[in-house]
Design a protein around this ligand. Structure first.
Ligand SMILES: NC(=O)c1ccc[n+]([C@@H]2O[C@H](COP(=O)([O-])OP(=O)(O)OC[C@H]3O[C@@H](n4cnc5c(N)ncnc54)[C@H](O)[C@@H]3O)[C@@H](O)[C@H]2O)c1
Ligand SMILES: O=C(O)C(=O)C[C@@H](O)[C@H](O)[C@H](O)COP(=O)(O)O
Ligand SMILES: [Zn+2]
Length: 367
């Protein structure tokens, strides 16, 4: 088992990554200080629950916990106020109190939704992340929890840190291939913002990662979590440096919203967004290598590197205006200056971004 810490004073917590961790969940929750006197609510989705929920509930009960569950449909549309209300109802029906906790068993959708429920129920109860996707190495760490509005991604949310992240790598063996690639987008992102050597490693080991080689995957997720934990530990609520974790997301989130949270999965949208950011970086003076290596890393991970023609540029630009980084009439953009280095720019003109979106549709012929 590998362990990392998110260091946030009294809100600090461990990230435990390894095999067989769900079978030790009860003991881990007790160690994190959760009380068996107050009921737990495990939130999962209808693809993950049949695989892992019963085993987890049995484990928790054998450690003395009373645990109920709430199962939402798999997929991004579940990050909604309607599903949020459903969790509130279950929490009330099962008598959750202020010492209770909500456990998220699933990918980023379940994590973000359950986390927002935990942040709101009785004005905030404890919360444990049990990620089951590659992508959730990112979403389970850092305490950004949210649901979507049809017009804007993650626009209704909070910062609410978990008490523990328990990442059982055995669960990844059942991931569909599309979700493997989608999750690798955020792995590559962590290299692109902080660690050029790790980007090289991702390119060299792409086939092993796609084949779910346990050693390669364990290392990649540990490295990704380490970058994230370090950044979150220095800027919990995104007053500054944390914004770099948003590389590719200004365009990516707009694509997700325009596609009705359906056609593109998060990692796929972010992959296209990171290609756009690399184009912008080169336009602003970064070496051509930035674009070429970004494209190589994402392409080898099985991710899209261009934008389907039918995406409407005006609608994408409109959706981008709802990004949380847009304010005081300025668009804040995360732009690479080299592989492993990015800068936060506040001088990006909307016309440049519009041109990049158009270019993304003809990406095969760029530059
Ligand atoms: N809070 C954050 O900091 C943060 C960071 C990154 C992404 N996110 C959010 O995370 C979400 C995307 O997360 P995701 O990619 O994990 O999506 P997801 O939760 O929808 O999971 C992807 C699919 O895989 C299925 N699945 C999950 N685990 C499985 C397993 N072990 N075996 C078989 N199937 C499994 C799910 O049912 C779903 O259909 C987005 O909403 C994104 O905005 C949040
Ligand atoms: O944790 C962060 O900070 C991130 O930006 C991580 C992103 O990968 C993630 O998609 C996050 O949910 C985006 O946050 P938002 O504030 O842009 O909604
Ligand atoms: Zn993301």
């Amino acid at each position: 088992m590998r362990e990392l810490m998110v260091n946030l004073g009294e809100r600090s917590y461990p990230i435990r990554i390894g095999s067989g961790l769900l079978a030790r969940a009860g003991e881990q929750l007790l160690q994190a200080g959760l009380s068996v006197k107050s009921p737990l609510l495990v939130v999962s989705d209808d693809a993950v629950a049949p695989l892992y929920l019963d085993g987890l509930l049995e484990q928790l009960r054998s450690s003395g916990f009373r645990a109920a569950s709430c199962i939402v449909p798999a997929g991004e549309p579940s990050k909604s106020l309607a599903r949020f209300e459903e969790i509130m109802t279950k929490a009330l029906e099962h008598g959750l109190d202020r010492k209770s906790a909500i456990v998220a068993l699933g990918g980023g959708v379940v994590g973000d939704l359950a986390g927002y429920a935990a942040a709101s129920y009785m004005r905030g109860i404890r919360f444990v992340q049990m990620p089951t996707t590659i992508l959730a190495h990112d979403s389970s760490v850092g305490g950004k929890v949210a649901v979507n509005h049809p017009m804007a991604k993650n626009i209704i949310g909070a910062f609410h840190q978990p008490s523990l992240v328990l990442y059982d790598l055995d669960t990844l063996k059942t991931l569909p291939r599309r979700e493997v690639s989608s999750g690798l987008a955020e792995v590559v992102k962590h290299g692109l913002i902080r660690d050029a050597t790790f980007v090289d490693w991702c390119i060299d080991n792409a086939e092993r990662l796609l084949a779910l080689d346990a050693e390669a995957l364990g290392y990649a997720l540990y490295k990704g979590c380490a970058v994230k934990a370090d950044i979150v530990s220095s800027d919990e609520t995104e007053q500054g440096v944390r914004a770099i974790l948003n590389l590719g997301h200004t365009i990516g989130h707009a694509l997700e919203a325009v596609a009705g949270y359906n056609e593109l999965h998060h990692g796929e949208a972010i992959s296209i967004g990171m290609i756009g950011s690399a184009m912008l970086g080169v336009q602003l003076g970064a070496p051509q290598e930035v674009y070429l290596r970004t494209r190589e890393a994402l392409g080898k991970a099985g991710l899209p590197v261009s934008l389907p023609e039918h995406f409407d540029t005006d609608r994408i630009m409109e959706a981008m205006m709802h990004d949380k980084k847009f304010g005081e009439g300025k668009m804040v953009f995360i732009v690479p200056t080299a592989i492993g280095e990015v800068e936060i720019r506040q001088d990006i003109r909307q016309q440049w971004v519009r041109d990049i979106v158009e270019r993304l549709k003809r990406e095969a012929s760029w530059p």
